[in-house]
Design a protein around this ligand. Structure first.
Ligand SMILES: Cc1cc2nc3c(=O)[nH]c(=O)nc-3n(C[C@H](O)[C@H](O)[C@H](O)COP(=O)(O)OP(=O)(O)OC[C@H]3O[C@@H](n4cnc5c(N)ncnc54)[C@H](O)[C@@H]3O)c2cc1C
Length: 273
């Protein structure tokens, strides 16, 4: 445990949206779910405010700050392992502090891929779920990662009935049939600390990527919906200063690439539309 802490985001101490650092009385780094339960029990006992934080903290709003310098940070930096892989059902269970890149790699090694994801693979699965982070798609379940979550394990304060037995924190396993799953997975971190996440993935296959340039943005509004319904992962970059639009038809091919989206900077030069 560390005391008298300053939380900064990945861009620096003063790079939150109010340009001020965030203070916390202490930070703990559980390595197992049991240690996470103990950490939550400890803040319940001491009646402290608490917030989950991650290894890099990429959100610009102060979402990970516990509200005042007497609060506690529970970091998921050391909860970053694969728990289990079910290649037959295309399912993977990981700890919530795992970053997307490691999730892509673990899934790909088992022949699976996340159908859609945010652009940047340095985010953690717990952090991106809590903020409803998404990629792009109008088809199937859409572009949000939380649509592919089928189970979470979340550590919360124990209800009063359990506290009689001396338990201050409990693990709740919330599955796909439970309506609480919707609240638990996109919670801005206010309902507890997610310990593990199980995702329903797709079989791995390649994707076909091209970039097309359109030298006018006059019909941009109409194009958004037609383009979105033509290509499962279709993407558009509007360059308002140049009145141009870059289109990326992005179709599933025989096998997916491991991530849901690719980095535009790595794509080949644009062709004319
Ligand atoms: C370069 C870059 C590209 C991005 N691209 C996209 C994009 O394409 N699409 C998009 O939608 N967003 C995008 N984002 C935003 C990004 O999704 C959010 O900033 C994301 O929430 C940050 O995740 P993090 O893992 O760093 O979490 P943090 O910033 O550390 O935490 C975010 C929130 O999640 C909570 N939280 C974290 N872990 C847990 C847990 N285990 N249990 C409960 N709550 C938890 C925290 O308390 C906090 O409220 C991008 C951000 C960056 C920096």
């Amino acid at each position: 445990m560390f005391h008298n802490c300053t939380v900064s985001n990945a861009q620096g101490t003063f790079n939150f949206n109010d340009r001020k650092p965030c203070r916390a009385a202490e930070a703990v780094y559980p390595r197992t779910e049991a240690e996470l339960v103990a950490a939550v029990a400890s803040v319940v006992r001491e009646k402290r405010k608490v917030k989950a934080s991650t290894a890099y903290s990429h959100s610009f709003p102060k979402l990970a700050c516990p509200g005042g310098d007497t609060g506690t940070i529970i970091s998921t930096a050391r909860l970053n392992r694969v728990v289990s892989v079910d290649a037959e059902r295309n399912q993977i269970t990981v700890e919530s502090g795992m970053i997307l890149k490691d999730l892509f790699d673990a899934a790909a090694a088992a022949g699976m891929a996340l159908p859609n994801s945010p652009y940047f693979y340095g985010l953690t699965i717990g952090g991106l779920l809590a903020t409803g982070a998404h990629g792009t798609s109008l088809m199937r379940k859409g572009g949000a990662v939380h649509e592919h979550v089928i189970k979470v394990r979340i550590v919360t304060p124990a209800p009063p009935s359990e506290r009689i037995a001396g338990r201050l924190a409990i693990v709740r396993e919330i599955g796909a049939d439970d309506p609480d799953l919707n609240a638990a997975k996109v919670s801005l971190g206010v309902l507890g600390v997610i310990s593990q996440v199980t995702l329903q993935l797709d079989p791995l296959c390649k994707r076909s990527l091209t970039i097309l340039r359109k030298d006018s943005d006059a019909d941009l509004v109409e194009l958004v919906s037609t383009w979105g319904h033509k290509h499962e992962f279709g993407d558009m970059y509007w360059l308002p200063g140049q009145r141009k639009v870059l289109f990326r038809p992005d179709r599933p091919g025989r096998r997916f690439h491991a991530g849901g989206r690719s980095q535009p900077g790595l794509l080949p030069p644009a062709a004319h539309f």
